[in-house]
Structures are given as structure tokens and as C-alpha cells.
Design a binder for this molecule. Structure first.
Ligand SMILES: [Zn+2]
Length: 325
């Protein structure tokens, strides 16, 4: 009987599924997140096997809203084309409000980005690290290495390392430091290493010193802008209630006030993404041609990190299938 169970013929689908579930709960990843099930990466692995030719993208933001702001549009476009996208917040956001803090805020912000992920059609995970306390430690570097490997990423996105917030800077450092490590077999040998260094990209930012952001890719997000604005509006703790800079007067007292607040959030972000398109108009014209490049209203921009794989212009276009449409 025992022999039969262990025999290959007995490894039926239900048995394999059960084993996957058991191993997933035993894996270190199970302790690490507030959101998403610990099975997310397992599902992703299975999806890759069933979905050859599709890209796998992982983005790391410092707080539960950064990836959504910086890459929500392109994520929604990738997802709509069947590619696999995951957003990771490297902290739980538990000091990011003027009125609430701690566990309840972390939980609330995790729920907000889960709603945003549902809108984008992607996966999301929030690491249980205190907001404002992320450090570029070896332990955290290994966490990032494992996450990139588990996702089998082709593309990795994150902050640059000169940014106003220490969590943004250290997230950038940790992700940069994971580039190359992800292909070294004897670091974190518990998770199979990647055979190819992914392409690493930086989110856009407005910081000038020691060097300004210089986009290699500016992506028109007009096709998904309403979806992106929907996602911004569900992140209420930050964009309706003002995050750390808010006040009582911003909290909607009824549904009518909530709807008005959502409209304001949408318009504020629409202007912001329009400003990105206007700032990098020359790049948009280069990429999309004069006619379309001039017509683009909203955009997101990314810069290639030198420490990941250095893609040719042709490969960049393949990685961003929305590019040049
Ligand atoms: Zn942030």
C-alpha cells in the first residue's frame, strides 16, 4: 500500500496538489507576507509552465501604494495581454497615516493594494516589515532574491537609490543588490536560481542629485488610464485621507462625499500622469512616431538599471509589448 502511494503511477493530480499545498505552508515565504496567500508563487510557477511565451514581471515598492502609482498602468497592460505581474511592498505601511497606525493600518493598506491588484489583474504581496524601518540587511537581500526567483522574473522594477524616503532608497539598494545574486546557485540554495539575470528597471522620480532619472522607456498608458485611476481611488488611506499629511476633514462622512473624494483623486492623478507624458514628449514621439507620440495623454517612464541584464533596443520592445503600438 505504502509502495503504491509513493509509486509514480500513484502521483495523481490530487496528490501533487496536496503536496504543493503542504510544501508551500512549510516554505519560508509563508511567514513573510501579510497579503496574498503563501501559495501565490506556487501558483505563479504552475502558471508559467502552462503559459509559455508569457513574460513574468515583479515590481518592488517601499510602501503599499508605490508600485501602484509608478507602474500600475503598464502592469494592467501586461496583465491584459496574459503576462504575469506581481507587486511587492517591502514594508507594511504601518506608520503611513495621520490618525491610525500599527497592525490595523497595515491590514487596511494590505486590503487596499489587494483591491488595486484585482483591478489591474495582477498578484500582490506585502512584506511584514515596519514602515520607516526597512534596512539594507543581508536577510532582506535574501528575501528579495527569493521573491525574484520564485516569480521566475524576466523583468524586475523598483525605486532608484536616490529618493526622498529611506524605505524607497533601501528598497532600491536591496533590489539592485539582488541583481546578479539571483543567478548565483549557492546563495539561497533553497530556491532554484535563475539562469538569466532579469532586466532591472527603475521607476521614475523627480530627484536630481547626484543624478536625475533618465528614461529609457516611456509608455503610453491611455488604454488603461481609467483602470489605473480606479486603483488610485481605492487606496483611500493615502489618497482620500491624505496619508501622514491628512486631517479629519478629509474623511468622507457619507457616500456622496466619498464619491466626490474619489473624483478628486482621479483628477489629481490624471494630471500627474499627463505631466509625465508632457515631460518626456520627445521620447514618446521617438517611440510611437510623431502623430501618436503627440497624442499620448498619460504615461509611465522607466530607466534601465546597469546591474541587471542590459537589453538591446529590440529586446526592450519585446519586454514591453505595449511599446510602439
Ligand atoms: Zn513610498
Amino acid at each position: 500500500m505504502r509502495k503504491r502511494i509513493l509509486g509514480s503511477a500513484a502521483l495523481t493530480l490530487p496528490v501533487l496538489v496536496l503536496m504543493t499545498v503542504v510544501f508551500a505552508y512549510l516554505a519560508p515565504a509563508a511567514e513573510r507576507n501579510l497579503s496574498g496567500s503563501p501559495l501565490a508563487s506556487e501558483r505563479a510557477g504552475a502558471a508559467k509552465l502552462n503559459n509559455p511565451g508569457k513574460l513574468r514581471i515583479i515590481a518592488f515598492g517601499a510602501h503599499p501604494d508605490d508600485c501602484e502609482i509608478k507602474a500600475g498602468g503598464v502592469a494592467a497592460m501586461w496583465a491584459a495581454q496574459g503576462h504575469h505581474v506581481k507587486f511587492v511592498s517591502t514594508t507594511n505601511g504601518d506608520i503611513g497615516h495621520w490618525k491610525e497606525a500599527g497592525g490595523p493600518l497595515a491590514k487596511r493598506r494590505t486590503e487596499e493594494v489587494q483591491k488595486a491588484a484585482n483591478i489591474f489583474g495582477i498578484e500582490t504581496e506585502v512584506l511584514d516589515i515596519h514602515d520607516g524601518e526597512l534596512m539594507p540587511t543581508l536577510e532582506n537581500r535574501k528575501t528579495i532574491v527569493r521573491l525574484i526567483r520564485e516569480w521566475k522574473a524576466d523583468v524586475v522594477l523598483s525605486h532608484r537609490t536616490n529618493d526622498y524616503h529611506p524605505d524607497h532608497r533601501y528598497t532600491g539598494v536591496l533590489v539592485q543588490d539582488a541583481a546578479f545574486m539571483v543567478i548565483c546557485p549557492f546563495i539561497c540554495p533553497d530556491v532554484p536560481h535563475l539562469t538569466t539575470n532579469p532586466v532591472f528597471l527603475y521607476f521614475s522620480d523627480r530627484f536630481e542629485k547626484p543624478n536625475p532619472f533618465e528614461p529609457d522607456l516611456v509608455i503610453a498608458i491611455d488604454d488603461v488610464i481609467e483602470k489605473k485611476l480606479d486603483a488610485m481611488a481605492v487606496i483611500e488611506s493615502q489618497f482620500v485621507e491624505g496619508g501622514v499629511s491628512g486631517h479629519e476633514g478629509l474623511i468622507p462622512k457619507n457616500e456622496k462625499e466619498r464619491a466626490a473624494a474619489h473624483r478628486r483623486v482621479r483628477e489629481r492623478f490624471r494630471s500627474r500622469f499627463e505631466a509625465t507624458a508632457n515631460k518626456y514628449r520627445t521620447k514618446l514621439i521617438e517611440a510611437y512616431g510623431k502623430r501618436k507620440g503627440k497624442q499620448v495623454r498619460c504615461a509611465e517612464a522607466f530607466e534601465v538599471c546597469e546591474y541587471g541584464r542590459r537589453p538591446s533596443a529590440a529586446e526592450l520592445k519585446k519586454l514591453f509589448p505595449t511599446f510602439g503600438r
